[in-house]
Design a protein around this ligand. Structure first.
Ligand SMILES: *Cc1c(COP(=O)(O)O)cnc(C)c1O
Length: 433
């Protein structure tokens, strides 16, 4: 088949897909191609087109697509007929994961936690964290932050700021009070002391919280990065008001910001850490809570689920830790590449006066555009040129850069080059001054 024939074959398949799949589908609309294979930072279309992936499964593929080092562990496990699904029965794979995670990740950082494997989605882990906090404290209210994102199930979406997601429920979403995130009112307003005043005032109208849940960088909310001082203040406030301090590290954890946990730079010690997305290292679903020992007040079987701690995902998660986290070189590499990306994006931004802003930390960066149309047209043009890049934040105004942490510099620069050209084209088409 010629290139044109294969392309129309792919489009035909997409049209067929649309007749089967619910209207709720979303990424297949932003990225209209039939993706058949993937490796590292590249995805291949059925029609032979090549795409550089700057989305990485929304942060579920920090080590790239089909990482061969991790894949070998999965293949070995499958070949040996070891237990793949066993509810939450004890398996050597689970023990090995917890031992490896404890010695390589936790002990090195002076952290000590119990592991709770929840249902496979991030949202189900968030639900478990909120439920446990309410159980520990006997309180109902939870403090979350403007533009925070914690998932789509009722409890998790109640703690999510976005009105589009909230409105889809047509249900009341109680039990959460939103407070302004770091920088919400500009750099000069200290929103942590605002929170402290409200929580310490017996007549503020805000119920004492069971938990304060926070992202150190808001992945869906526009790559807003909280400062070290602000995060430390929020942790102190939680302690002072008797609330559990939860860090939702689902998207920013597993090395995305440079360190394994995104809160390491601020030297935090959360009561609960929520991990999912890149935890399995291979895009397999795996979610868990890390719980400070004293707060592990669950009764046996009180929070359950069919798919908890899937063994195949635990095997790949162990392999990822062994491959990337036994020394500091991977982490340093991510920090270096993050700085490089940041400088490049700042250079692109500065070419257009002060209408753009670069946000984020490590290899989680965003370019805040003057209008949603500019961000949208840029992403569409980029896809036509072979770059997968997503938007997020208020009105989808922020172009989001989440390349695999393992991306080689040549591919990274090629992707950024495509982005820069796409932005230039978008600025010619969209009115913005
Ligand atoms: C993706 C995400 C979730 C939800 O995870 P799902 O697997 O989509 O349920 C929760 N919190 C954060 C910070 C996320 O990025």
């Amino acid at each position: 088949m010629g290139e044109r024939a294969t392309k129309s074959h792919a489009l035909g398949a997409l049209e067929k897909l649309e007749t089967y799949e619910s209207k709720v589908r979303s990424y297949s609309r932003s990225f209209p191609a039939l993706f058949s294979r993937a490796r590292g930072s590249l995805m291949l279309g059925d029609d032979g087109r090549k795409f550089i992936d700057f989305l990485s499964g929304a942060g579920a593929l920090n080590y790239g697509h089909n990482n061969h080092g991790i894949k070998a562990a999965i293949e070995g496990y499958l070949a040996s007929d070891a237990v793949v699904h066993g509810l939450d029965v004890a398996t050597p794979a689970k023990l090995q994961f917890m031992e490896t995670f404890s010695s390589v990740i936790l002990r090195e950082r002076n952290l000590q936690y119990r592991f709770q494997f929840t249902g496979p989605t991030g949202a189900s882990a968030v639900e478990a964290a909120l439920k446990l906090s309410r159980k520990v404290t006997g309180r109902q209210n939870v403090i979350s932050f403007t533009r925070g994102f914690h998932g789509m199930s009722l409890g998790a979406v109640a703690a999510t700021g976005n009105r589009f997601y909230r409105a889809a429920n047509n249900a009341s979403l109680p039990g959460t009070t939103f407070m302004p995130y770091d920088g919400y009112f500009g750099a000069t307003v200290d929103t942590a002391s605002f929170l402290r005043s409200l929580l310490l005032d017996e007549s503020s109208g805000i119920d004492s919280p069971a938990a304060i849940i926070v992202e150190t960088v808001q992945g869906e909310g526009g790559l807003n990065a909280a400062s070290k001082d602000w995060l430390r203040s929020i942790q102190t406030i939680a302690r002072d008001v008797g609330a559990l301090f939860i860090v939702d590290d689902i998207q920013m954890g597993c090395g995305r910001t440079g360190a394994f946990f995104s809160f390491e730079f601020a030297d935090l010690s959360p009561d609960i850490v929520v991990l999912s997305k890149s935890l399995s290292g291979y895009g397999l679903p795996l979610s868990m809570l890390l719980i400070k020992e004293g707060f592990d007040v669950w009764r046996p079987g009180e929070h359950t689920g069919t798919f908890r701690g899937n063994n195949l995902a635990l095997v790949s998660a162990t392999a990822a830790i062994n491959l990337y986290w036994r020394t500091t070189s991977f982490s340093h590499g991510v920090q270096r590449t993050g700085k490089l990306m940041q400088r490049r994006l700042e250079a692109i931004a500065s070419r257009h006066g002060n209408h753009f802003a670069v946000r984020g930390r490590g290899m989680a960066l965003g370019l805040d555009c003057p209008t949603p149309e500019i961000a949208g047209t840029t992403a569409r043009k980029a896809f036509e040129k072979g770059l997968i890049v997503e938007r997020c934040g208020p009105d989808d105004r922020v172009v989001k850069f989440l390349p695999a942490l393992t991306i080689d510099l040549e591919t990274l620069h090629e992707g950024l080059q495509i982005f820069e050209e796409s932005l230039a084209e978008a600025l010619k088409l969209e009115k913005w001054h």
